[in-house]
Ligand binder design. Structure first.
Ligand SMILES: O=C(O)Cc1cc(O)ccc1O
Ligand SMILES: [Fe+2]
Length: 462
């Protein structure tokens, strides 16, 4: 699928040169701040038309084009669109051809799957194996499972990625949903139609549905998680009695400023459409947007900015208080998917079992670890490790492992700072079907159930 020889970007530029350029570029990126704002930005003064979206002739000989992320008629609070002013209209492109054969099951797919199983068992994986040399972000995408239906615009798919080279002379766009990218190892430079964003481990990036982008690596390699949200786009959760501030604050979300490529050479455009990849080779880069305005925009967020709230009296609150972003469904309070972060925090609960409790949940929980350890699971080789993940599907019983239970039941309850890890959860309304490659993966841990063995009975009726 690569459009150029390994190690070059098709113009003779080495991977090393691409990386150095990406690093320098990523160092001091300007941003626009806020969540869901009507932003506007122009890379060349005067490129953005004033007072109308579609003047008879757009400024500087640019083409005006609307990108709609919601139906035209959705309520104002949910309406999403951006206007792009670009060197060439997106419509001027050659025919897309399927990347894979009809019966092939590629590593990158989305729900519904041809080969997935709905399994009530608790499952856990180690980190993805190292990528084959010369794997870029797109080739390194690997689908674990999901639910709903990309073509029906509902549900979500969970992917992992591992890459060791930058995408060169190729861009990706996903018609099937927005992509919430959670880097776990190695920083990424996202070159998008709207401009440039940097996302390193500890930060997350969101690329809206349909937005074209290219991923360049800032470090030796890159690994991470992706939640592909097929349903209504992520928004900030309501705060209810919490008040006007807290959790993820809107001002900490950063959108790019306009930056364009004026490139006239073959560029491969890969489009994920209803679960399958399609490709076309353009004669130019479609990252050619000189100015834009609107609210359907990519953004990044630093998870370390999350304002963690918790109990200052007793009991372990439900993890919904750690929701960074929620993708609503048509039922209030019932998310298509919530993105939840377990960030450093103090535990002070009195007479309280402080780690996550034993539970069964109607929602399905996929958990990942960005760094360190997680307070419900002993870490270490073969455990819940950075880059790995666990799946606790609808109603499957889970909670602290034996070691954690024993330790926390006996612990002296002094105030305790949990600051040795960064974990997250994609919590979704429907069970997650697991792809064949994820069920057969060598990094699937066969004995996960064992972490709950040996929880002895302590009951004594008198
Ligand atoms: O299962 C998990 O580890 C996630 C989780 C964390 C928590 O603090 C409470 C409930 C829950 O599902
Ligand atoms: Fe849970």
């Amino acid at each position: 699928m690569r459009s150029s020889a390994p190690g070059t970007n098709g113009t003779g530029t080495t991977e090393q040169a691409v990386r150095e350029q990406a690093r320098t570029t990523a160092e001091a990126l300007p941003h626009l701040h806020g969540f869901g704002n009507e932003h506007s930005s122009e890379a060349v003064p005067g490129a953005l038309p004033l007072g109308r979206n579609s003047p008879q002739r757009a400024p500087l000989g640019l083409y005006a084009e609307q990108l709609s992320g919601s139906a035209f008629t959705e309520p104002r609070a949910r309406n999403r669109r951006s206007w792009l002013y670009r060197i060439r209209p997106s419509a001027a492109h050659p025919r897309f051809e399927p990347v894979h054969g009809e019966t092939e099951i590629p590593a990158l797919t989305s729900a519904p799957f041809a080969d997935a199983v709905l399994d009530p068992n608790r499952l856990r994986w180690g980190a993805l194996p190292e990528p084959a040399a010369g794997t870029d972000f797109l080739d390194g995408l690997w689908t674990l499972g999901g639910n709903g239906d990309a073509a029906q615009r509902c549900g979500m798919t969970i992917h992992l990625y591992a890459a060791d080279v930058s995408m060169t002379d190729r861009v990706f766009s996903d018609a099937d949903g927005e992509l919430l990218i959670v880097p776990q190892r190695g920083g990424l430079l996202l070159r998008t139609e709207f401009g440039l964003l940097r996302a390193a481990p500890g930060e997350v990036a969101l690329v809206p549905r349909g937005v074209r982008f290219r991923v360049e690596l800032l470090d030796q390699d890159a690994r991470g998680y992706i939640c592909e949200n097929h349903g209504q786009p992520f928004v900030l959760p309501d705060l209810g009695p919490i008040g006007a501030n807290g959790l993820a604050n809107a001002r900490d979300f950063r959108a790019p400023v306009a930056a364009y490529e004026d490139v006239e050479r073959p560029v491969e455009v890969v489009n994920k459409f209803c679960g399958r990849l399609w490709r076309a080779v353009y004669g130019h880069s479609p990252l050619d947007v000189v100015a834009w305005h609107g609210n359907h925009v990519p953004y990044v967020y630093d998870l370390r900015r999350f304002n963690v709230l918790g109990s200052i009296s007793y009991d372990h609150p439900d993890p919904s208080i750690f929701t960074v972003l929620t993708a609503p469904s048509d039922t209030p309070g019932l998310a298509g998917v919530d993105f939840v972060v377990f960030a450093p925090r103090w535990l002070v609960g009195e007479d309280t079992f402080r780690p996550p409790y034993f539970h069964r949940n109607v929602m399905s929980e996929y958990m990942g670890l960005i760094e360190g350890a997680y307070d419900a699971k002993a870490g270490g080789e073969g455990g819940f490790v950075p880059g790995g993940g666990s799946l606790h599907n609808m109603m499957s019983a889970h909670g602290p492992d034996r070691e954690t239970f024993e330790r926390a039941s006996a612990a002296e309850l002094a105030p305790q700072k949990i600051d040795d890890g960064l974990a997250f959860m994609f919590e979704t309304r429907w069970p997650v079907a697991v792809t064949r490659q994820a069920r057969q993966a060598a990094h699937l841990q066969p004995d996960y159930d064992r972490v709950w063995q040996g929880l002895e009975r302590h009951f004594a009726a008198d």
